[in-house]
Ligand binder design. Structure first.
Ligand code: ZN
Length: 222
């Protein structure tokens, strides 16, 4: 019998509020209350204005390619299932290379813990990203989703978006902006479902890692 009941999970989603950092020039998160109990209304009712690239989020291929699919057209299984967390030594404003990976790739989803974007409420330009060699190498090992604890798979001033482009070519999925400070390396089940918004080029996600009952045993195989 398989059930999530009683399962231990780790939330890897930063709290969203008006202070959360977005890419310079992008639309900040703004929540507006139209009805409020404090003002004598019978309901609390609100709306938001925001970039879709908000905190923990997934980019749709339509964000980085003119022929790319929007998020509602993507296979949800990309965002659901076995996932490996790998810590990378923090090296500001550089790309993670294959030589940084000291462990076997054991899952079709990989999240890199770089700690190079330490505060989700404070924008910094020197966060780490992914190298195209690394993406190619991961794809050859059947990795379908790649993610990290920084705002982008490309470094902040890369206008060519080389990693985004290769990810499109290889039909992989992206998860950006997760918080991994409190997460140990190892295997988990990832749940990071995008919102089902027609035509969206990205959406925020609530990303969690479920602890596998036998994480230890699985990791001993390395
Ligand atoms: Zn993004």
């Amino acid at each position: 019998l398989l059930s999530l009941e009683g399962c231990k999970w780790i939330d890897i989603t930063p709290l969203v509020n008006s202070r959360i950092a977005v890419f310079p020039g992008d639309t900040n998160f703004k929540e507006t209350f139209h009805l409020q109990f404090e003002k004598g209304h019978n309901l609390s009712l609100s709306s938001i204005e925001t970039t879709m690239h908000l905190g923990a989020h997934t980019d749709a291929p339509s964000h980085y390619h003119s022929q790319g699919l929007s998020i509602d057209k993507r296979d949800l299984s990309l965002y659901l299932g076995l996932c490996q967390v790998i810590t990378i030594p923090t090296r500001k404003k550089s790309r993670i290379e294959i030589s940084d990976i000291k462990t076997k790739i054991l899952a079709p989803r990989v999240l890199f813990r770089t700690l190079s974007f330490p505060d989700p409420y404070q924008w910094t330009n020197d966060f780490m990203a992914l190298s195209t060699d690394l993406i190619q190498w991961l794809a050859e090992q059947n990795v379908r989703l790649v993610g990290l604890d920084t705002p982008s798979v490309d470094i902040s001033d890369d206008k060519e978006l080389r990693s985004h482009q290769l990810i499109h070519k290889l039909d992989m999925a992206i998860l950006e902006g997760v918080v991994l400070t409190h997460v140990k390396d190892g295997l988990y089940d990832l749940i990071s479902l995008p919102l089902n918004i027609e035509g969206a080029e990205a959406t925020p996600v609530r990303a969690i890692l479920l602890e596998l009952p036998k994480n230890q045993d699985l990791m001993q195989g390395q």
